[in-house]
Write a protein that binds this ligand. Sequence first.
Ligand SMILES: Cc1ncc(C[n+]2csc(CCOP(=O)(O)OP(=O)(O)O)c2C)c(N)n1
Ligand SMILES: [Mg+2]
Length: 310
Amino acid sequence: MDRATALRLYESMLLTRLMEERLVLLYKQGLTMGSVYRSLGQEATACATALALGPKDIIGPLIRNLGSMLVRGVTPKEVFLQYLGRASGPTCGREHNNHFGGMARGIVAPTSMLGALIPVMAGVALAFRQRGEARVAMTWIGDGGSSTGAFYEGLNFAVVQRLPLIVVGESNGFAYSTSPTQQMKGHMAARSQGAETMVVDGNNALEVLEAAKRARQLCLEGNGPVFLVCETFRLKGHAEHDDQRYVAPADLEAWSRKDPIAHLEAWLKGQRWLPEPGLPTRLAALVEAQAMEALASIKAGPTESSPSLN
Ligand SMILES: Cc1ncc(C[n+]2csc(CCOP(=O)(O)OP(=O)(O)O)c2C)c(N)n1
Ligand SMILES: [Mg+2]
């Protein structure tokens, strides 16, 4: 682990959190076109995995993986424009939240249908193999989403074809208000169907990054796919409208103490690789400036110029 990578990881996780906090304010003002689905406490499972990839690899994120998109170069302003439903946003106001992508940055747009991205990303991985390209595909799935037929079909196909696909399993305690014990027997990792399987502490960003790098290497050597299951916890409700009254306060308290950002910060301090002292302030200012730019587009009216869809 080199200092530059560790700091990039820290910065991307912090940016994710600041972005989501700002989005919640817009939601509370009634300005967003839908709810906000936070990844509080799960920033490592989106950022550290995406950071392990090469520039030509392709990701297919889910709603709680905004961090992976920021790692690939998506800007806060784009995200704000999208949430505000602006014509100048990435989908010209036709879609909401992080449902956008683009091949220039190697992002297959998230969709609402849980599990549907697994066969799609298996197809991407198949294309890489057919063309003889040293690239991998990565996608994410929650404990709930891993109960879908699409998850089983897509992963099975990837296993049988030995495709360079990394499926990141986010075992975060809930699917809406349903706990894993109410909808699966045993551990999520047991759903790997013969894929190489890894189980890591999803709140330890360094562990996630190392595992994702190993997974990528395995894929490039023809041993894919890899099911990388991250043990973590959803610290907020399903979305902002959910008061999570079904979550045991003791669990929330225990997992809050395992905050992945605080954990990485402590590790950086131990290494004497301190981030610049003003980083949180600088990132917060960046987020605020880009939120204000996006908000200004509202004044420009609904006919503000719109780019073509990519
Ligand atoms: C195929 C399908 N079934 C149901 C839904 C409705 N739905 C949206 S999110 C969600 C819960 C997802 O839980 P999980 O996969 O554990 O992800 P998490 O929200 O915990 O990140 C459900 C059931 C959906 N979007 N797609
Ligand atoms: Mg879940």
